[in-house]
Ligand binder design. Structure first.
Ligand SMILES: Cc1cc2nc3c(=O)[nH]c(=O)nc-3n(C[C@H](O)[C@H](O)[C@H](O)COP(=O)(O)OP(=O)(O)OC[C@H]3O[C@@H](n4cnc5c(N)ncnc54)[C@H](O)[C@@H]3O)c2cc1C
Ligand code: FES
Length: 285
């Protein structure tokens, strides 16, 4: 069992959980994720390790309640425990001292997985420019953490309630223009599929290498089931063992978006059944 030692609401439907997992905290590297199961009847879901404290033996998960399992997870509190937590999984981010600035772009919940990458790039001696965005100021997460993880932090909100009025892609273009294409060595973009695709469209014409972290549905996370199949550069890859990070200019985003929608009806039903059961429990005390 993995005890939750801290829980915090970061924004409407977005939660931060610090979980005791000493082995994972010790072995984790930027880009890794875990697979968790709340209880024995629960499904397995992947979440990125957003932060770690090897001395305290804890990892931090930041998640958005979008369906049945993440909503159920959001009802747990400090003192509760998760049944299984497997990890660290996935290939770690390729980190080196790059010859030029590195730009880390996080959109929505994508700020959480971009955070350890920004930290690792900065620690390796890179100049890190961070761009984070959300639909509104209220939904923006981990601003202070990203400020500490970077040399310069730029913010965008879709409605203009904070920072640049518009998308992170506008800011990304401005940064590349300002720095000069030859002075930008790497872009890392993590967030919803349309946002990652749009970031790659911006960086493509400048020839800036762009890494994205893909989020297909995962089941076993060991490369056996094929659920997380994605196409990168015309080749089939399994995001759980070959990724989750890939060269964004090679990713078939259309296929990814289509595969993410494959179980929408089942997901809706699972959420409905769980909500009804929960309401029933509440009525009966
Ligand atoms: C490697 C990896 C790392 C991830 N890290 C994080 C993280 O740090 N924080 C976080 O909040 N989420 C993360 N996700 C996404 C998270 O796993 C899903 O949101 C979760 O599995 C949804 O489960 P559910 O039962 O709550 O919702 P479901 O009912 O299964 O899905 C509800 C809706 O959410 C969307 N959805 C489903 N699965 C995914 C998915 N894998 N990615 C994106 N959208 C999905 C679909 O639109 C779906 O209709 C990650 C996914 C992967 C593959
Ligand atoms: S989740 Fe089964 S192969 Fe990746």
């Amino acid at each position: 069992m993995f005890t939750i030692v801290e829980k915090q609401t970061l924004a409407p439907t977005v939660y931060r959980m610090v979980v005791r997992a000493p082995e994972i905290a010790r072995k984790h590297r930027a880009g890794n994720f875990v697979i968790l199961r709340i209880h024995e009847k629960g499904e397995r879901i992947p979440l990125t390790v957003a932060d770690k404290d090897p001395e305290a033996g804890t990892i931090t998960l930041v998640f958005q309640a979008v369906g049945k399992t993440t909503s159920e997870l959001s009802t747990l509190n400090a003192g509760d425990a998760l049944l299984d937590l497997a990890g660290p999984l996935g290939k770690p981010t390729h980190i080196e001292r790059f010859d030029g600035a590195t730009v880390c772009v996080g959109g929505g919940i994508g700020v959480a997985p971009v955070h350890p990458i920004a930290c690792a790039l900065k620690e390796a001696g890179n100049r890190v420019i961070a761009i984070i965005g959300a639909r509104t100021k209220e939904l923006l997460i981990m601003e202070e953490e990203m400020r500490r993880a970077s040399h310069e932090l730029l913010v965008a909100t879709d409605d203009g309630s904070y920072g640049h009025h518009g998308f992170v892609t506008d800011v990304l273009r401005e940064v590349i223009e300002r720095e000069g294409r030859e002075n930008v060595a790497l872009a890392v973009a993590i967030g919803p599929v349309p946002m990652m695709r749009a970031c790659c469209k911006v960086t493509g014409p400048y020839g800036v290498h762009t890494v994205v972290s893909l989020n297909p549905i995962m089941v076993d996370a060991t490369g056996m089931c094929g659920a997380c199949r994605v196409t990168v550069g015309g080749e089939t890859k399994f995001a759980c063992v070959d990724g989750p990070e890939f060269d964004g200019h090679q990713v078939d985003f259309d296929e990814l978006a289509k595969r993410l929608r494959a179980y929408v009806e089942d997901e809706r039903r699972a959420m409905q059944i769980w909500s009804e059961q929960r309401a029933g429990h509440r009525c009966h005390g």
